[in-house]
Design a protein around this ligand. Sequence first.
Ligand SMILES: [Zn+2]
Length: 113
Amino acid sequence: MHEMSIAEGVIQLLEEQAQAQHFSRVKTLWLEVGPLASVDVQALSFCFEAVSRHTLAEAATLNIIEVPGLAWCLGCEGQVPIRQRFDACPDCGSYQLQVIQGDELRVKELEVD
Ligand SMILES: [Zn+2]
């Protein structure tokens, strides 16, 4: 399950941040996840809870913000919503789409002690 390694990566990032910014406990964190990141949000919450045990994020509340997928369609010359990387344009059916947003998987904000 790759959500487990993502959760471990997040903890590692928090530990690095804690050293750099001198905090010892994470109270809340907001994680942005796009539909193109291929992450199961429920599985990620579950894994985060498991791997955060005995770490600085043990008592942290994880908020996952699901960012909508967006692409630029060359056919319509406009922005269109997408759910997957190789979706066709919902308006004109073209596959000439450039992803603008949706592959996010990053820590957006932290509340720390
Ligand atoms: Zn289009």
